[in-house]
Design a protein around this ligand. Structure first.
Ligand SMILES: [Zn+2]
Length: 114
């Protein structure tokens, strides 16, 4: 599963960012609508992906980013849904200038402090 290997990368990043003894409580990801990542699949894979890692006790949080294209005719950034071709939803002008929506990265890591 694609998402499982992505999450393996995430737990690697987190484990490098925290001390070995740190208890990670929350991991936040940013996922773009055009990143090819299925958010439901991320949540489904998380319990498996985190096993035996520093994130074993952590909850997963996802911030979804809508995809946008730059429309030269409207001279503005327009939001497209994940099924739209790369055309402006306002005027139909074709544009391959994707400005947002391909994100997939770690947003934040919350650790237990005492
Ligand atoms: Zn337009």
């Amino acid at each position: 599963m694609h998402e499982l290997s992505l999450l393996g990368g995430v737990t690697d990043i987190v484990s490098k960012a925290v001390e070995p003894s740190t208890v990670v409580r929350d991991v936040g990801l940013v996922v773009g609508a055009r990143s090819g990542v299925l958010v439901d699949a991320l949540f489904a894979a998380w319990p498996v992906a985190k096993q035996g890692t520093c994130c074993a006790g952590a909850s997963l949080h996802v911030t979804e980013v809508a995809a946008t294209v730059w429309c030269p005719a409207c001279e503005g950034e327009q939001e497209i849904d994940e099924y739209f071709a790369l055309t402006c939803p306002e005027c139909g002008t074709p544009t391959a200038d994707l400005r947002r929506g391909k994100e997939f990265h770690v947003d934040y890591v919350d650790v237990e402090t005492d």
